[in-house]
Structure formats: structure tokens, C-alpha cells
Design a protein around this ligand. Structure first.
Ligand code: SAM
Length: 173
């Protein structure tokens, strides 16, 4: 059973409904997190570039903060491709621990959209990388994820207006 989106809120939701909910929620959560952390100067991390739509959105709306992109295999739209020096190429299971040595607990905003079509795998992966993401966030920093994360020290926030609960998750240190 493969489904990228989390289970429907109601039985009459189509896959198109779920997809739209996910996209609308991703944008609302990102915009909220960008605004909440606007006064911070620490770097922003985009985990999973994919086509680059969310990276493009963040690049348009974030100023004065470097955006580092974590991706294992480049396949982005040319308009949404980060410069080489901002790309951290490799598997996040290796690049996140290495980034703790490089950046310390300095990230003002971390966005993760690393999942594929298999919900169980996405959940297992979120469990696996939660302890690798958690120490990278600065005090006051926010983490936005398409999958529920499993943090010990971060607080889950209610989703902002415009987002659908369960389609996007926001955490604060
Ligand atoms: N948010 C993106 C957008 O708006 O276009 C879509 C991201 S796409 C759903 C997920 C991306 O995460 C894929 O490009 C995939 O290669 C990457 N990814 C998945 N697992 C990864 C891993 N372990 N390490 C690095 N990148 C990974």
C-alpha cells in the first residue's frame, strides 16, 4: 500500500485532495516558520531538494541567511538549483552528523521533505534522523517537516492558519 500523503482526514478525500492539503500545508508552515525566525541570523537547512520547489520558495522569502541544501542525488529544476558551495551532497544519515561538527547548534530554520511514497518507510526514516536533526537547531529555531518527527527536547507547535493538521509538523527549540 503506497501513499505519499498521510491517511485522509475523511473517507471522501481523494488523492488529489490529499496532495493539495500537503502542498498548502507545506507553504503555510514554511511561511510561518520563516516569519517566526526572521530576526535570527543562523543558517537555514533544506533537507531534500527534489524538484526544488520548496527551496525556490524559501530562497524568495528568506534574506540575510544562508540556505544550505542537503540532497543525495541532484534532480532539481534549473531555476531551483543551489550554487555548488551551498549544496551538501550525500546521504543525510552521514551529512547531518558531519554538519554538526561544521555548524554546531546554529540553524535558525530546518525544513525536511525527505519522504517518498511509502508511509511506513517515511516514518521509520523520520525516527532515524530525528536525533541527527535535533542538535543542529539553535535556541528559538524552528523545524518544519512533512513527516512527524521524534524529538526529545523540541516542542511541537500547533500548525498555523491555512495548514491542515497532520499534513505538516512544526517544532521549536
Ligand atoms: N521539497 C521538494 C520540492 O519542493 O521539490 C521535494 C523533496 S522530494 C519529496 C525528497 C528528496 O529527498 C528527493 O530528492 C530525495 O533524493 C531526497 N532524499 C531522500 N532521502 C535522502 C537521504 N537519505 N539523503 C539525502 N537526500 C535524500
Amino acid at each position: 500500500f503506497f501513499l505519499k500523503e498521510n491517511p485522509p482526514v475523511s473517507d471522501d478525500q481523494s488523492r488529489l485532495d490529499l496532495f493539495i492539503d500537503r502542498m498548502v500545508s507545506q507553504r503555510a508552515c514554511l511561511d510561518f516558520a520563516i516569519a517566526e525566525t526572521a530576526a535570527m541570523t543562523g543558517p537555514v537547512f533544506e533537507l531534500g531538494l527534489g524538484n526544488g520547489r520548496t527551496y525556490h520558495h524559501m530562497r524568495q522569502r528568506i534574506s540575510g541567511r544562508p540556505i544550505h541544501v542537503f540532497e543525495r542525488k541532484m534532480a532539481s529544476h534549473p531555476d531551483s538549483t543551489p550554487p555548488d558551495e551551498m549544496l551538501i551532497l550525500g546521504d543525510v544519515r552521514e551529512t547531518l552528523p558531519a554538519s554538526l561538527d561544521r555548524f554546531g547548534p546554529s540553524a535558525s530554520l530546518i525544513h525536511a521533505d525527505l519522504g517518498g511514497h511509502n508511509l511506513e518507510k517515511n516514518d521509520a526514516f523520520a525516527r532515524l534522523i530525528s536525533p541527527l536533526v535535533e542538535p543542529l537547531l539553535a535556541t528559538g529555531g524552528l523545524m518544519v517537516s512533512s513527516d512527524r518527527m521524534y524529538f526529545d527536547t523540541l516542542t511541537e507547535l500547533p500548525v498555523p492558519e491555512g495548514a491542515v493538521e497532520g499534513r505538516c509538523f512544526v517544532y521549536r527549540r
